[in-house]
Design a protein. Structure first.
Length: 239
């Protein structure tokens, strides 16, 4: 009896030690200077198109500049190309399917307001409108759902993700054109890309990491990725 229990216990232990694992690993483009941004390419919508997203650990919502129509969007990407980023091409504004706008009665909208620490407020047409303040500007948008095709270790399958369609960007202090199409929010929250990838089983662990080279470029991972054991300097996370 005890032998059987011991066998069962070791089998369970073994199962726990080798769970199926899945991660998403993305290349980071950019550098500190002269570009001043680190960003990833993500294939979004159906048919999928590539967009550049600025990585930001200080905010939670991922959003794209969006033709809602756009009241004030940064269309100056081409100023950056090809001088600074070489072969990268600018991408047009994301065009949303308004039938996929999240209703303000949905739990996701309440969760977004909780992430933004703002009282719930329903926008026009019962849609989930939001406003975010950044150090260098602001963004107004509407929460929407579309598919993200991310390179996961268990296959690149389109996954439905709620994200922001930003249709009105407040000017930042310096009014500099940026090379990106939106923001990838890496902070802790419920309506983050990371939380949604975890709840949909695309990644097996609610973990993210990024590795940035002092010479520019690097990588970003979500989930259970293998981290190099040498050549890496660890930094503590700030809340
Ligand atoms: C985006 O899609 C293109 C075309 O299928 C593919 O070559 C590229 O690797 C994808 N990029 C990412 C980051 O998923
Ligand atoms: C792999 O991907 C599929 C489809 O996105 C998902 O349903 C599944 O749970 C994923 N994870 C693992 C570990 O197989």
């Amino acid at each position: 009896m005890t032998a059987r229990l011991a066998l069962l216990a070791s089998l369970l232990l073994l199962l726990q030690l080798v769970p199926p694992s899945s991660a998403v690993v993305l290349e980071l483009h950019g550098n500190v200077y002269p570009i001043g941004h680190f960003f990833v390419t993500m294939n979004i919508s159906d048919p999928a198109k590539p967009y550049f997203l600025d990585i930001d650990t200080g905010s939670t919502l991922t959003w794209l500049q969006c033709d809602y129509p756009c009241i004030n969007c940064n269309k100056a990407h081409s100023l950056f190309y090809p001088r600074l980023i070489g072969s990268f091409v600018p991408h047009g504004l994301y065009k949303p399917e308004l039938k996929y706008a999240v209703k303000c009665t949905e739990q996701r909208c309440a969760d977004l307001y909780a992430d933004l620490r703002k009282p719930m407020k329903c926008g026009p047409k019962n849609q989930c409108h939001y406003g975010i303040q950044y150090v260098g500007g602001s963004s107004i948008g509407v929460l929407i759902v579309d598919s993200f095709s991310l390179p996961a270790s268990n296959g690149t399958n389109p996954t439905s993700i709620a994200f922001g369609c930003g249709y009105n960007q407040g000017k930042n202090n310096h009014n500099v054109p940026t090379p990106v199409n939106g923001i990838l929010g890496l902070g802790r929250g419920k309506v983050t890309l990371l939380s949604q990838l975890k709840s949909q089983g695309v990644i097996t662990k609610h973990v993210l990491g990024h590795c940035i080279s002092s010479k520019g470029k690097g990588f970003l991972f979500f989930g259970d990725a293998k981290v190099p054991t040498s050549g890496v300097t660890w930094s503590p996370m700030n809340r």
